[in-house]
Design a protein around this ligand. Structure first.
Ligand code: SF4
Length: 208
């Protein structure tokens, strides 16, 4: 089986297994999506959703974040961890979006990467989820672990893995790959994988 065939098969099997993917962070506009992803670093989506429920009531525009009192913002995002750097990232990102992009979250990769706290992973997710643009595959900790276990990449960094995956996964499936890996990585292919219960155990490299 080629790598491309394996990708296709894995997606088919996971689609059959999971009627729905997620849950992921909750958002209703591009700014909320971006803020949620920034806060989700080293934090669960459940915790982020608890925090943003109140945060989004108070901060509705990029300028609101730009004008935020930093110690208040730190307190508000405290429970997501790394609260000092996350609060700074939100404030700085708010400033840049407000002053350079007319208050709108940019829809180009190079512009998103100018924002504070925005990695390639974050930018690819914002582009795909908010704008339907598939410019790169977002590699998070689940995608990184599972893709290696599947035997599809040996990359030692998310950026390199993203590049490798773009050669074997069609752009329209970038987001699916990310979301199915997260869903399967949380339920079955956890740190100590439950291979006996896994629908992929006949094709997964770790198991053959
Ligand atoms: S067979 Fe095991 S290692 Fe492979 S995807 Fe399933 S749980 Fe993960």
């Amino acid at each position: 089986m080629t790598k491309k065939e394996k990708v296709k098969k894995i997606l088919q099997l996971l689609k059959k297994e999971y009627k729905t993917v997620g849950p992921f962070i909750q958002w209703s506009n591009e700014l909320e999506l971006l803020v949620g992803i920034i806060l989700s670093a080293q934090c669960t989506d459940e915790r982020v959703n608890m925090v943003t429920k109140e945060l989004f009531q108070k901060y509705k525009t990029a300028r609101d974040y730009a004008n935020a009192d930093i110690s208040e913002l730190e307190k508000e995002v405290y429970s997501t961890g790394f609260y000092k750097s996350k609060a700074r990232a939100l404030k700085e990102t708010g400033k840049i979006i407000d002053s350079e992009f007319g208050g709108k979250v940019p829809d180009k990769l190079e512009d998103l990467l100018k924002l504070r706290g925005v990695s390639h992973k974050t930018a690819y997710l914002v582009l795909a989820k908010a704008y339907g643009k598939y410019e790169g595959l977002a590699v998070d900790t689940h995608v990184f672990r599972l893709t290696k276990r599947f035997g599809l990449s040996n990359a030692n960094s998310p950026i390199i893995m993203s590049r490798e995956l773009s050669k074997i996964i069609e752009p329209k499936n970038y987001l699916k790959w990310n979301e199915y890996c997260i869903t399967h990585g949380r339920k079955i292919c956890v740190r100590k994988p439950k291979c006996d219960e896994c629908v992929l155990n006949k094709i997964c490299a770790k198991n053959i």
